[in-house]
Ligand binder design. Structure first.
Ligand code: TRP
Ligand code: SF4
Length: 515
């Protein structure tokens, strides 16, 4: 697969496996996500290519399709373009040594920091303790290692913030608060929790929710969470919880009573159909009910909508935006009523505004909330990167050393691992010259595209083309990759040593008090 970006085809970053019938998004499972396209259809993740054009000088991981998907990244790209505040945050479970897969995420955080974002890197030590059963000694050791690599790769700890879940009191307080908005059945449905699931496991979920919203504690701002697609269930829950924390929910409405989303659509349809014929006269609720029964007898939610509209009787249908009071204080609700422009009507738990558009209403609701001590959270955004294929084929796994290159591997070991990697090459050199190799199925090509070619698109494209046309043979190709890998590791490890000083200057506690 190639993508056309104007200056010729760019090689795609990863394997494009198809054929899996099921996509499981399980943050603690070991399944690989092998059909990314299904993620778009089933879970509503959007293709990154669709926003690529809105991102100023996109990162090479974005250009090469390694970052393949997103949820709601537009507000972040817009903030970046307009020099407005935004943030990027991701978290790492300190379960082993950081490896080249983690480097992707480090790079994503660092890139957003260099674009002017508030950047956060956190160590998910509570999660590692709860979900992976790691002792605090092990956790401490790996914590330092992750942070050294993050800084060595360019994270500025003075401008940004690094923290451990276990020592961040604000995160824990926010987690507790968010826990008031989710119940056990919901977590059970999302994460397959059951009666045997440990309570700490659930606590680590709300802790992650708090991590994700932490950059907005002082001010609401667009925030991107770069993660693998296995973390998407967390993103969906975080977006829901962010909305549930809001003082007001801003919706569209047609009459004084509440309608569900699908019922509201029907009311809208009836209203649009009838308003032209009504000649200045009002469209009444009962008329809309009659019209719907006549015109859309098979629509889902028809009965519910008709029943509600009938009981509305002669009340006229009129489009409006509605501010529903979810968690507002009395003062905030009063202030909102005062601040709504134009004609309005005040009800028990909501205010209807007849002359405001949705956007202005949403802005006002957030302003009032923040002025009255609320968070006013924006729903957090996410970007998703492909998982790297293991060097031995299959999944790259921290527990299989030969499958991945640790950022702590001796350069010679890194060299050897690349030399021993499986490839997308043919059985013989002759066949390879004749048919070309299969870079899309080659973990070595991935190393070039994800890491070794760095920002040099021409180099990555050359490797891809030379391979696909049979000009490049695996022996030489691996030799080149192995040398680049050894160089990268040597340089990275030097920078890790230099990073020690910067890390010591932060207030991150490297030895846990916990036992
Ligand atoms: N659950 C993540 C993992 O398994 C780690 C994590 C914790 C995280 N908090 C986060 C990731 C916040 C992104 C944002 O690796
Ligand atoms: Fe992979 Fe290189 Fe062989 Fe192509 S030539 S299959 S990229 S190792």
């Amino acid at each position: 697969m190639t993508r056309d970006t104007g200056d010729g085809p760019l090689p795609d970053g990863g394997t494009d496996a198809t054929g899996a019938d099921e996509v499981a998004l399980d943050p603690w499972g070991s399944s690989t996500v092998d059909d990314y396209r299904k993620l778009f259809e089933e879970f509503g993740i959007e293709e990154f290519d669709d926003v690529l054009g809105e991102v100023p000088s996109p990162h090479y991981l974005m250009r090469r399709g390694v970052i393949f998907g997103h949820r709601d990244y537009r507000p972040v790209a817009e903030a970046m373009r307009n020099d407005e505040p935004f943030a990027a945050l991701s978290g790492f479970m300190p379960t082993g040594d950081p490896h080249v897969g983690h480097k992707l995420v480090f790079d994503e955080i660092i890139w957003h920091q260099q674009r002017g974002g508030d950047a956060y890197g956190l160590i998910a030590d509570l999660e590692a303790h709860a979900a992976r059963d790691l002792s605090w000694e092990e956790i401490d050791e790996h914590t330092e290692s992750y942070l050294l690599s993050l800084i060595a790769l360019g994270f500025d700890p003075e401008e940004g913030e690094i923290y451990r879940q276990s020592t961040n009191r604000e995160v824990q307080d926010l987690a507790f608060e968010l826990g008031t908005k989710a119940n056990f059945s919901e977590l059970g449905a999302i994460y397959d929790f059951d009666g045997e699931t440990e309570v700490s496991y659930m606590q680590s979920v709300v802790t992650q929710m708090a991590d994700i919203l932490y950059p907005q504690l002082d001010d609401p701002k667009p925030t991107v969470i770069p993660v693998g697609p296995d973390q998407d269930p967390h993103m969906r829950l975080a977006r829901d919880l962010a909305a549930r924390m809001r003082f007001f929910k801003v919706t569209e409405a047609y009459a004084s009573f509440e309608l569900e989303d699908d019922e509201r659509e029907l009311a809208a349809r009836a209203y649009e159909a009838l308003v032209d014929d009504a000649d200045d006269a009002d469209v009444r609720c009962v008329e809309a009910a009659d019209w719907l029964e006549e015109e859309s007898p098979d629509a889902p939610a028809l009965w519910e909508a008709v029943e509600k509209l009938r009981s509305g009787g002669k009340e006229p249908l009129r489009p409006r935006v509605r501010f529903v009071d979810q968690n507002a204080t009395d003062e905030a609700f009063e202030a909102l009523i005062g601040a709504v422009d134009g004609e309005k009507r005040v009800y028990e738990g909501h205010v209807d505004a007849f002359e405001m558009d949705h956007e202005a209403a949403a802005e006002l609701a957030r302003e009032i909330e923040v002025d009255h001590g609320g968070y006013g959270f924006l729903p957090p955004s996410s970007i998703y990167h492909r998982f790297m294929t293991g060097l031995t084929g299959g999944k790259m796994s921290s527990s299989v050393p030969a499958s991945h290159i640790s950022l702590l591997d001796d350069p010679e070991d890194g060299y050897d691992k690349v030399k021993a990697a499986t490839t997308g090459g043919r059985e013989t050199a002759e066949l390879q010259r004749e048919l070309g190799g299969k870079p899309d199925e080659c973990p070595v090509y991935e190393l070039y595209a994800y890491l070794l070619a760095e920002a040099d698109d021409d180099f990555a494209a050359r490797v891809y083309e030379e391979c696909a046309t049979g000009e490049r043979l695996c022996g030489d190709c691996k030799e080149q990759a192995a040398e680049l890998m050894a160089e990268f590791l040597a340089e990275h490890q030097e920078k890790r040593e230099e990073a020690r000083e910067l890390l010591a200057e932060t207030d991150v506690q490297l030895e846990s008090d916990r036992r």
